[in-house]
Design a binder for this molecule. Sequence first.
Ligand code: GLC
Length: 633
Amino acid sequence: MMTKYTSGTPIDTEAVVRRFDALPVADFPFAHRFDGDKFIFSFAMEDGDIVYGLGESPRGINKRGWVYESYCSDDPFHTETKQSLYAAHNFIIFGGSKAFGLFVDFPARIRWDLGYTRQDTAEITVDGADFDIYVINGGSPREIVREFRAAIGQSYIPPFWAFGYQQSRWSYHNKDAVNAVIEGYDAENIPLDCVYLDIDYMDHYKDFTVSEEAFPDFAAFVREKRAQGIHLIPIIDAGVKKEDGYSVYEEGKANGYFCKKADGSVFEGGVWPGVCAFPDFLDPKVREWFGAKYKTLTDMGIDGFWNDMNEPAIFYSADGLKKALDKAASLSGEDLDLGRFFNLKDTFLGLSNSQEDYSAIYHNVGGEQVNHQRVHNIYGANMTKAAGEYFEKEFGKGSILMFSRASYIGAHRSSGIWFGDNHSWWSHILLDLKMLPAANMCGFLYCGADLGGFNENATRDLVLRFLALGVFTPLMRNHSALGTRDQEGYRFENPGDFRDIIQVRYRLIPYLYETFVKASEQNDLIFRPLSFDYPDDPIARECETQLMLGEECMIAPVYEQNVKGRTVYLPEDMTFVKLSGERAEKREMQKGLHYVEIALNEVPLFIKKGKKIPLCKPAMRTRDLAPDEAEFI
Ligand code: GLC
């Protein structure tokens, strides 16, 4: 049973699509109080209660023992001491003897102290007095997820080809670079469906432009790639370059479509193109206008996009930079003591994504001027909604691939997400795994991390092990940052190992796609913690390195360097299948702990007793797959 409690006059986030009659917050069933404008509620947790949820966020599957924050953050260091990442996914499940779920529908900051201050207490602080909170009682954690998901509406289903292998890099600077990627993969017979265009495809990083020099006759190029079975996926950033004569900027300015400062002037901040204005995506008129801009690229044959920097990321504001420079100038020639030196240094370091800047931004919400801090967590989601709404109207549901960096629940109906700028760290294989079920709980089914890791240099073995997990994630994209070592599969020694792994993906696509569609239609998860399925099994309950996949499988990737395999826990008898290229080696295994050897070119999969899954022949492109000819293993 899902019950809604309302306090004040909440801003409509459009997260929930089912209609509820709201009860007053005075009836809220947990100990609660208002502390000024903050609403704080708390309850006791028993020893051993598991806390699930919070979607894309740091740390474990079990969120207990840490304090998290819902605040969409452009932060490329996903260390375990962080409290938030790019998304605000305010749904959580307390899996005690009586499980219950909570969704705090509130677009500003929320603090989730889940046993950090006191290990037996959860204390949640909502940073405002206008909110809805939904409580879901009754049933198992999985049933709670289903009830929640039914209330927030069906998850986005991307086109079939979006399950193909995707190669990205910041950046493939021109046609030749893109062609080299396709040729590199084709020459090694490694399947590929998409190549990404990062910011450098644009003319001076201006949204909805294409550099004539780097991509002359872009439409013909897109057509040519499509004939080869390759989709090009350009990036779109939230900030619009301030430049006289640039039509997107001019139109936005003339119509008052950009975010403002308190005095009504346009808020300006620096991102890739230099000084930018930020479309006010909270305003439906602006969403309609910006959404229709994607047409510039769809008209050229583009059918997939990734929306970025939409937390929004602001490297500096014009005002912040001026203040910092004035401060530096005033100190010039002075003999700085340590305190003043660090203060100056911090002034510059604090220029990016500063709270002061966010507090200086205003939106038009239903004709009312609303401070950004009140709606921070739905800014990026509304950018993506702008695109999603346009695509649905123009091309019909699921025709265009769309995923975003920042998100809020509700955006799951029109897009997927990726988990942002991770690192080429071994620990980030597991971070990817841990976010998958949590993202699914919040409705985001089409998701995945930058495989191989985005920041820093990757090693061959790391990329292979990362990909072996990515074989199962709906978004299977290898992406890396500017200046890092090339990490396309064909760049390393023995590219055949990469072929072996990526072919497994193609063999599994019919199964993965069907599992995905079923999860979307039934408001279910693709990936589940083992504890969802084996709640009474003490080892399964604590498992943070394996996941259940669909009704048939369990996955257990290798996540450490210099190891030949891993220990895996089987909560029941299963068939262990080692998949590599066209090879599938099977072994029956009994419930319990096992050490299994897995070579770098192998993908481990565990199939439940009595279950079978289809495996088709690999192909170089998804369009050449023959799902009907799949064999069952
Ligand atoms: C951001 C994105 C990353 C992209 C880069 C350049 O850091 O998260 O994926 O490559 O910007 O556009």
